[in-house]
Design a protein around this ligand. Structure first.
Ligand code: PMP
Length: 288
């Protein structure tokens, strides 16, 4: 069935859902987005996604033309008209239609697009067997250039790293920052477990502060694990007992090999499995 796409307050059939070629989101990647999950009709941690979106807009110097509440209503309306209970939602806000020049002031008004789709889950194999990743030579853009906490439409940095992963025969790639510390994967955050405690890079390590990352930190602490947001290197990943990635679409995916080194036993670890199970319970319980 053709999807109905929300554009600036109206719904269009997907074939007619169109944006001007003068939109600076298209011309320059000048815009922001969110990727969200709905479970049984409720969007997981919607407020956190809204806060991140508004922070991204603030940082990039543009104003979203509707309120957070109106945005939330628009998201639920999009789910409703498409009859989606369990799905993935992509929300895009661009700087808007402008001229061929860079001048942001000439862009008339930010444009809002919402696409909701039934979820294409990652293959079950990923969760059962885990995935292999490599370190990309493309490093994360330093925060002084473009803060990775801004979820901008300009994903070339991540896309180049992901291509490196694919060239190496892997689904994903791990990205380092300009200091050589681990930052994140191309579209997911990263965790390691060693001697029963967990580590994930701190938010100033050039990474997107994932909604799932933060939920997983809470879940892990509730399960009694110590979690440190502390910088680490590739060496720490190679020598970890377990490693996993987190993201709205992925939830938690075990990583079993990094740069040819088996992590721990080379199979998804017990801590990873326990946290995934608890995370899946959390997303359901938050629906109550
Ligand atoms: N890092 C990057 C670069 C991302 O694009 C994403 C979202 N796909 C994440 C981390 C995970 O963020 P979240 O848990 O909010 O989906």
């Amino acid at each position: 069935m053709a999807l109905k796409i929300y554009i600036n307050g109206e719904f269009f059939d997907e074939a007619n859902a169109k944006i001007s070629v003068f939109d600076h989101g298209f011309l320059y990647g000048d815009g922001i987005f969110e990727g969200m999950r709905s479970y049984s009709g409720k969007v997981f941690r919607l407020n956190e996604h809204m806060n991140r979106l508004w922070d991204s807009a603030k940082s990039l110097f543009f104003e979203i033309p509707i309120t957070k509440q109106q945005m939330k209503d628009a998201i639920y309306e999009t789910l409703k008209v498409n009859n989606i209970e369990n799905g993935y939602i992509r929300l895009i806000v661009t700087r808007g239609e402008g001229t061929l020049g860079l001048d942001a002031h000439l862009c008339k008004k930010p444009q809002i697009v919402i696409i909701a789709n039934a979820l294409k889950l990652y293959s079950a194999d990923f969760y059962e067997k885990g995935i292999k990743i490599v370190t990309a030579s493309t490093i994360r853009v330093p925060a002084d250039s473009l803060n990775a906490r801004v979820k901008s439409l300009n994903y070339l940095n991540n896309i180049l790293a992901k291509i490196e992963g694919h060239v190496a025969g892997c689904e994903e790639a791990m990205m380092l920052n300009h200091k050589g510390d681990v930052a994140e994967c191309t579209g997911d955050n990263i965790f390691i477990a060693k001697n029963g405690y967990l580590r994930t890079p701190p938010i100033d390590a050039c990474l997107l502060e994932g909604v799932t990352r933060n939920a997983v930190i809470d879940v892990a602490k509730k399960l009694g694990y110590e979690v440190k947001e502390a910088a680490f290197t590739r060496h720490d990943v190679y020598c970890a007992d377990e490693c996993f990635m987190t993201g709205s679409a992925a939830e938690l995916i075990p990583v079993i090999e990094v740069d040819g080194r088996a992590i721990g036993t080379g199979k998804p670890g017990e801590i990873t499995k326990k946290i995934l199970e608890a995370f899946r319970k959390l997303v359901v319980s938050e629906n109550d």
